[in-house]
Ligand binder design. Structure first.
Ligand SMILES: *[C@@H]1O[C@H](CO)[C@@H](O)[C@H](O)[C@H]1NC(C)=O
Ligand SMILES: *[C@@H]1O[C@H](CO)[C@@H](O)[C@H](O)[C@H]1NC(C)=O
Ligand SMILES: *[C@@H]1O[C@H](CO)[C@@H](O)[C@H](O)[C@H]1NC(C)=O
Ligand SMILES: *[C@@H]1O[C@H](CO)[C@@H](O)[C@H](O)[C@H]1NC(C)=O
Length: 445
């Protein structure tokens, strides 16, 4: 989500953007982006006066069409959240998750499997939501406690699907890849979409965003996570790696080994920062029939450096790590006045890249650019863009232009409620457009 006017921050599946205040003489105090606009026919009702909280509350609500949440209970939780107060966000969703946990535990799954599955899926979503803003203190025991609870609830849910989800662990170079195979239940070998998310999302969430929509159309789904993503970061203690093909290729190997998968009809979908990771992998992994960048992202490094602003970038290019780090730490130390998107974006970046120094983190981020590899992509790519994308504005178009004839570029519009980053809140519409494209592509091949 991003901004407007002020150079600033941030990033991926989450957040708004504000100018990164430069500490010292050039302090620019951040101004929240005001997003509700009476003269804009595509403006959306805000669920919090904190734009980042709005986005994250919407993110939970947005899972409702495909079993990931229910509307009223999320709105009740939202009413207990104080704008900008991370602990209030945790408390509201943790207490909802516990309520739904108790509901789910009281259902006999052998008699009422659908009811139990629905409740376990919602429980898992709310434990994930409770975790979302907690990564500033890596030692916070809630980070693993909540994840264990979400995994346990989710695994009960997927065991109760008409075709139960299968957890698998694949071997990468120096790390393991947790994945889930979801069979469509249709006979024969089927088209299959491999799905990963980005900077802060989980494979569990992907089922509700577009996984179930694919299954309903007879497409198998394999979700997976690589280094830096929530389960790998916690259980294997590994941060993001730029070589995303090292994550994708073992998943492709696995997919083509299955008799219910049509290895000539494999898609790879990347959500949010995954809209960079998927095309990056496709430059090296040529067994895919289609790539979906949802939304398209050409240069993650460029986006982040633009948000840091020219003074911070100059410190970085000069190799001045002490001043760079001091500025970021001074910002984070401010008790108030730092926009949620900035605080969260930095905290999540350090945690997910597993760097304690912001300078070291920036050094990693600088590697995430498609320059020099984009020309090696040989697969058709659906490049989604969102009219009101606050993170990656302009990036989808750049990716589509670089891909030329390989790209199908589609802008999701605000008037349809689909203009947010990753068309958050419009999963039915975005699923229709993306999956119909995939179906046409693989049925003509
Ligand atoms: C409000 O929306 C209108 C129409 O899209 C646009 O021209 C205007 O710049 C917006 N105002 C603000 C403050 O964003
Ligand atoms: C976390 O714990 C380690 C080891 O006990 C300590 O060195 C580190 O400073 C702690 N970090 C935070 C953010 O409290
Ligand atoms: C790093 O930047 C700070 C602040 O601008 C400056 O005082 C310091 O001399 C710089 N250090 C180096 C090694 O360039
Ligand atoms: C891209 O393709 C060119 C020529 O086909 C090849 O020389 C180069 O090694 C490839 N680059 C990557 C990153 O695979």
């Amino acid at each position: 989500m991003k901004s407007i006017g002020v150079p600033l921050f941030f990033l991926t599946y989450s957040s708004l953007v504000f100018g990164l205040p430069h500490v010292g003489k050039n302090v620019r105090m951040p101004q929240p982006v005001k997003r509700s606009n009476d003269s804009d026919p595509g403006s959306m009702l805000q669920l919090s006066s904190d734009g980042d909280f709005h986005f994250e509350i919407l993110r939970a609500l947005a899972l409702a069409p495909y079993q990931g949440s229910d509307v009223g209970e999320v709105l009740v939780a939202a009413d207990h959240i104080i704008a900008g107060d991370f602990e209030s966000y945790y408390n509201a969703f943790y207490s909802l998750a516990d309520r739904v946990h108790n509901q789910a535990s009281a259902i006999d799954p052998s008699r009422y499997p659908v009811s139990a599955r629905n409740a376990y899926f919602r429980e898992a979503t709310y434990y994930r939501s409770a975790d979302f803003f907690l990564h500033g203190n890596w030692n916070d025991s809630r980070i693993n406690m909540l994840w264990d609870k979400q995994l346990a609830a989710y695994d009960k849910a997927i065991s109760l699907l008409p075709v139960p989800g299968e957890r698998i662990t694949l071997q990468g170079k120096g790390f393991q890849i947790p994945a889930i195979f979801f069979g469509s239940g249709q006979p024969g070998h089927r088209p299959t979409i491999l799905m990963c998310t980005g900077y802060d999302g989980s494979q569990e969430e992907l089922y509700h965003i577009i996984g179930e929509a694919a299954l309903q159309r007879g497409i198998n789904v394999i979700t997976f996570e690589g280094p830096g993503q929530p389960t790998v970061r916690r259980q294997q203690n590994i941060g993001f790696i730029p070589e995303w093909e090292e994550v994708v290729s073992p998943v492709v190997d696995y997919a083509i080994s299955r008799s219910d998968v049509d290895g000539k009809k494999l898609g790879l979908l990347g959500l949010s920062f995954g809209g960079y990771l998927a095309p990056r992998a496709a430059a090296f992994e040529h067994r895919l029939a289609a790539v979906i960048a949802f939304d398209g992202l050409y240069s993650f490094g460029q986006v982040i450096f633009d948000e840091f602003g020219p003074e911070m970038e100059a410190l970085y290019r000069a190799g001045n790590s002490s001043a760079f780090d001091a500025n970021i730490f001074a910002l984070l130390a401010q008790p108030t006045g730092v926009p949620t998107s900035v605080r969260w974006g930095i905290e999540q970046g350090l945690w997910s890249f597993k760097e304690t120094s912001p300078f070291a983190w920036a050094t990693q981020v600088d590697k995430y650019r498609l320059d020099g590899v984009v020309q090696n992509i040989t697969t058709p790519v659906f490049v989604a863009d969102a009219q009101n994308d606050m993170f990656f504005k302009g990036q989808g178009k750049i990716l589509a232009d670089k891909l030329g004839d390989l790209a199908t570029y589609h802008v999701f519009e605000s008037i349809d409620g689909a203009g947010e980053h990753c068309s958050l809140g419009a999963s039915v519409l975005s699923g229709q457009v993306i999956l119909d494209w995939f179906q046409d592509l693989v049925s003509s091949s």
